[in-house]
Design a protein around this ligand. Structure first.
Ligand code: AMP
Length: 514
C-alpha cells in the first residue's frame, strides 16, 4: 500500500497530513498526486467523498513552496461550481497548509467585493473562485490571470449542469497556455469530454469508484405517499418520528428551492429542529446554517441539490428524499451524504404515483430494486379530489360554486407575505408564512426560535443582477447571450421554475378589492 511519503510530497505537507490524522492516501490521491507533482495535466474522474480535494490541494501546496505572490496576479486558481464547495476547499488549505505561509483569496458571490479586492491587491498564492464572481473581478480590472501556473477545475459535471461551461471556456483562454491543469469530474458526459480535449494537454487519467454505485452501509427504502404536499409532509414527519433517537442528524432533499422554504417552515412549525439551505439564501445565512448543522446544533437540514454534492458533512445518520431526484445520478450523490467511511446510514425516498419514471431510472442506474418500507404504490388509498379542504381542518374555504372566494384568507395571506428577502429586516420572523402552511396547527410550539431560524430564510428573493454567480448573465466570449444553454439562473438548484417562478410581474401582486 502506498504511503503519503512515497508520493513525493514535502516534509511540511507530510507533517500537516499526519496532524490531520490521515495515514494512507485514498485511491484518487495515490493516483493523481505523483502526476501533479511532475507538472502533468490530470483528468481525475472521482466523486466527492473520495478525498479528491486533497489530491489537488497537497500538490499545489508543494509547488507553491517556491516563489511568491504578486499583487492582482494569483499563482494558482481553483474553480468551484458553488460557494459552499469553494469555502470547503479553503478549509482544506487551512488544514493542510498549517506549515506554509500562503495567501488564499476566496472569490465567491453573495458577499462584498471590497474585502476580496483587498486580498487580490495583497497578492494571492491561491485563488478559489466561482466562475461568475471571478469574471466580475476580471471585468472590473482587479485581476490578471496571466500569472496562473496551476488551474484546477473541480466538479466539472456540476459546472455543466449549472450552465457555467461558457464561463470556464472564457477563463481558460485568459490563462497562459503553459499552465498545468488539474481537472475533476464525477461523470464524463460528452460536453465534458470535449472540454478536456480542448483544454488539457496529454493528461494522466485517474479514475476511481463510479458515481453509479451506492454504499453498502446505507439502508435504502421507498415510502409511498399521495402527491399533495401536505400528504408528503405528513409522511416525512411520521418517518422522522419513527426513527426516534436513531436519527442523529438528517438532510432532507427537495428538488426546488421553493419547496425547501416551504418544507422547512412546516417542519419548524411542527416543532422539529430544522434549518434550510438553498441557492437563494444569502451567503452568510448559508454558511451559518451549514456550520450549525456540522457542529450538531441543528438536527435536520432541508436542502436543495446545492447541498448534495461536495459538502463535507461527516456522519449524517439519515437522508430523506422528500422529492425523488429528476437526475438519477443525484440520487447517488444525495444518499452518499450518509453511510460514509464505513458507518451505517439510512436513506428514505418518498414516492408518489407521478414519480415512477424517475424511480425506474434510478433503479436502472444503481442496478438494484429498492425495497418499499410499507407496501408499494398499489397499496396507496384512493385520494379524494377535494382533500385540501378536509386537510385544512374542515375549514370551508370554497364558495357555493366550489371556487375559492377571491377575498378569502388564502388570498390575504398571500398578500401579506414579503415578496423577497430584501423586504424583510434581518430579524423579522415571517410568522405569517408559517401559519399559512399546514393550517391545522396554527399555534407555534414554544421551543421554536423563529427569530433565529426563520429570519435566515428568504421567501421569494429578488434576483440580483450583478455579483451573484448563480444569477449572472450567461455570455459567450463575444458578449452575446448564449441561447443554446438554459440561463444559468434556471440552473441554480431547481429543475425549472413553475408559473412565473421568481419573476411574478408586479401587476399580479396588486391586491384586489371586491
Ligand atoms: P473530499 O472527497 O475531498 O470531499 O474528502 C472527503 C473526506 O475524506 C473529507 O472529510 C476529508 O477530510 C477526508 N479525507 C481526505 N483524505 C483522506 C485520507 N487520506 N484518509 C482519510 N480521510 C481522508
Amino acid at each position: 500500500m502506498t504511503t503519503f511519503a512515497e508520493l513525493g510530497l514535502s516534509p511540511k505537507i507530510l507533517a500537516a497530513v499526519d496532524a490531520a490524522g490521515y495515514t494512507t492516501p485514498t485511491p484518487i490521491q495515490a493516483g493523481a498526486i505523483p502526476h501533479a507533482l511532475e507538472r502533468k495535466d490530470v483528468l481525475g474522474i472521482a466523486q466527492t467523498g473520495t478525498g479528491k480535494t486533497a489530491s489537488f490541494v497537497l500538490p499545489m501546496l508543494h509547488l507553491l513552496e517556491k516563489g511568491r505572490a504578486r499583487a492582482r496576479m494569483p499563482r494558482t486558481l481553483i474553480l468551484e461550481p458553488t460557494r459552499e464547495l469553494a469555502a470547503q476547499v479553503e478549509e482544506n488549505f487551512v488544514k493542510y497548509g498549517v506549515n506554509h505561509r500562503i495567501n488564499v483569496a476566496l472569490l465567491i458571490g453573495g458577499v462584498s467585493f471590497d474585502e476580496q479586492e483587498r486580498k487580490l491587491e495583497r497578492g494571492a498564492d491561491v485563488l478559489i473562485a466561482t466562475p461568475g464572481r471571478l469574471l466580475d473581478h476580471f471585468e472590473r480590472g482587479k485581476l490578471l490571470l496571466t500569472g496562473v501556473e496551476i488551474l484546477v477545475i473541480d466538479e466539472a459535471d456540476r459546472m455543466l449542469d449549472m450552465g457555467f461551461i461558457p464561463d470556464i471556456e472564457r477563463i481558460c483562454k485568459l490563462i497562459p497556455f503553459t499552465r498545468q491543469t488539474l481537472f475533476f469530474s464525477a461523470t464524463m458526459p460528452a460536453e465534458i469530454t470535449k472540454l478536456t480535449e480542448q483544454f488539457l494537454h496529454s493528461p494522466a487519467r485517474v479514475e476511481v469508484a463510479k458515481a453509479s454505485t451506492t454504499a453498502k452501509t446505507v439502508t435504502q427504502r421507498l415510502v409511498k405517499s399521495a402527491k399533495k404536499p401536505w400528504d408528503k409532509r405528513a409522511v416525512l414527519r411520521d418517518l422522522i418520528n419513527a426513527e426516534g433517537d436513531e436519527l442523529k442528524n438528517a438532510i432532507v432533499f427537495c428538488n426546488r428551492k421553493m419547496d425547501v422554504s416551504e418544507l422547512f417552515r412546516s417542519l419548524v412549525k411542527h416543532g422539529f429542529d430544522a434549518g434550510a439551505l438553498h441557492g437563494d439564501m444569502d451567503q452568510r445565512a448559508r454558511m451559518t446554517m451549514l456550520s450549525n448543522f456540522k457542529d450538531g446544533n441543528l438536527r435536520i437540514l432541508v436542502a436543495s441539490d446545492v447541498a448534495a454534492r461536495g459538502l463535507d458533512i461527516p456522519d449524517v445518520s439519515h437522508v430523506f428524499n422528500y422529492d425523488i431526484p429528476i437526475h438519477a445520478e443525484d440520487y447517488v450523490h444525495r444518499i452518499g451524504r450518509t453511510g460514509r467511511a464505513g458507518r451505517s446510514g439510512k436513506a428514505f425516498s418518498i414516492i408518489t404515483p407521478s414519480d415512477t419514471k424517475h424511480l425506474d431510472a434510478i433503479e436502472k442506474m444503481i442496478g438494484e430494486k429498492i425495497e418499499w418500507l410499507d407496501g408499494d404504490l398499489s397499496t396507496l388509498p384512493a385520494q379524494e379530489e377535494t382533500e385540501d379542504t378536509s386537510r385544512r381542518g374542515g375549514r370551508n374555504s370554497r364558495g357555493k360554486n366550489g371556487k375559492k372566494p377571491r377575498d378569502g384568507k388564502d388570498h390575504k395571506e398571500k398578500q401579506t407575505q414579503p415578496r423577497n428577502a430584501e423586504e424583510k429586516t434581518a430579524d423579522a420572523p415571517v410568522v405569517t408564512d408559517i401559519s399559512a402552511i399546514d393550517a391545522p396547527q396554527p399555534v407555534l410550539p414554544d421551543n421554536v426560535s423563529l427569530g433565529t431560524v426563520v429570519a435566515q430564510e428568504p421567501v421569494r428573493p429578488v434576483p440580483h443582477k450583478n455579483g451573484n454567480d448563480e444569477r449572472r448573465q450567461n455570455h459567450t466570449q463575444n458578449g452575446q447571450q448564449n441561447n443554446n444553454k438554459r440561463h444559468r439562473r434556471d440552473f441554480d438548484d431547481e429543475p425549472s421554475p413553475l408559473g412565473f417562478g421568481d419573476d411574478v410581474p408586479a401587476f399580479m401582486l396588486i391586491p384586489i378589492n371586491i
